[in-house]
Design a protein around this ligand. Structure first.
Ligand SMILES: [Zn+2]
Length: 306
């Protein structure tokens, strides 16, 4: 069994504020340690559960968040974004995806750093219902027959994931500062939480045959509401249907739906022909920057050992 561990960052144990997810900051450098610990426990669980091969796909922001030299050496690491065969690179070989450190959908009240795909949207709807990344990515990966079988993140994010992926094994992650900044007690909280990640990933992999690819049958109607009308105008280079701050597109399947979402967010029409070499350059720029020029971590009082 080839297991993929997809890593976001917001839903990591040890992370309680947005700055810890903001690429390049000293607080993010601490957040990277948190994420790497979580991912390592999930990798261990995957092997315990019977994985033959584990690949980690780093997805948040530039796609270079895990600290590679601290990652479990048995896992293959893929950082950055791609144009071919998918934004995540090749996915067809994966038997199951374990999605670590997810967050709530854009527009979710009182959630930690809620967004779907990018923070430029105040809401992203699929067929009239606010969609989380588990709807969008889950449905997209489902088109390649790859199921998601595990999620970890704050309770509302897990609830949203369970709505579309009711079969997933899940771990709820606390987002309160005091959980991670109270000395010995916090050490216990972290150890307990990460043990849960390991056990639950193990269980998910053992139950892999029960996990289903998410299949969303068309027609699919997407509505992305940008934070303001100016943003919508600027990003809508492909001339999708726009009403005020809301851009809409209709497709028959998630592959086309997700491709259009990426055209709207990452690939302006003018540069579309050059997206391959551009994403290659961007990927390698961030790979080098975040591997060799990282600031010292600022744990801001959290229990932390480098
Ligand atoms: Zn993220």
């Amino acid at each position: 069994m080839h297991i993929a561990v997809f890593a976001d960052i917001e839903g990591s144990f040890g992370i309680w504020r947005m700055r810890q997810c903001h690429t390049g900051t000293a607080e993010w450098q601490y957040g990277r340690h948190c994420l790497t610990e979580d991912v390592n426990h999930v990798i261990q669980g995957a092997f315990d559960g019977g994985a033959r091969k584990v690949t980690v796909k780093d997805t948040h922001d530039s796609g270079f968040n895990c600290i590679v030299k601290k990652l479990d050496k048995r896992a293959k690491y893929i950082g950055g974004h791609f144009t071919q065969p998918t934004l995540f690179g090749g996915v067809s070989d994966y038997d199951l995806i374990l999605y670590v450190a997810i967050h709530a959908a854009s527009g979710t009240p009182d959630a930690f750093f809620p967004h779907t795909h990018l923070g430029i949207f105040s809401e992203l709807k699929l067929n009239g219902i606010p969609a989380s990344e588990m709807d969008i990515y889950g449905g997209y990966l489902g088109e390649f027959s790859v199921p998601i079988g595990f999620v970890s993140g704050e309770d509302i994010a897990v609830q949203q994931a369970l709505r579309v992926l009711p079969w997933v094994e899940s771990v709820i992650v606390d987002k309160r500062k005091e959980t991670y900044t109270s000395g010995k007690e916090s050490e216990n909280n972290l150890a307990e939480g990460r043990e849960k990640l390991r056990h639950t990933a193990d269980r998910a992999v053992r139950k892999a045959s029960e996990m289903k690819p998410l299949t969303l049958t068309g027609p699919l109607h997407f509505e992305g509401t940008f934070r303001n009308e100016k943003l919508a105008q600027r990003f809508n280079t492909w001339g999708f249907q726009r009403t005020g701050a809301t851009v809409a597109w209709h497709t028959d399947d998630m592959i086309e739906g997700f491709d259009k979402l990426n055209k709207l967010t990452f690939f302006p029409k003018k540069y579309y022909a050059f997206r391959g070499p551009m994403i290659f350059l961007v990927r390698n720029f961030y790979r080098i920057k975040h591997s060799y020029f990282a600031p010292a971590p600022n744990p801001e009082g959290a229990v932390f050992s480098c």
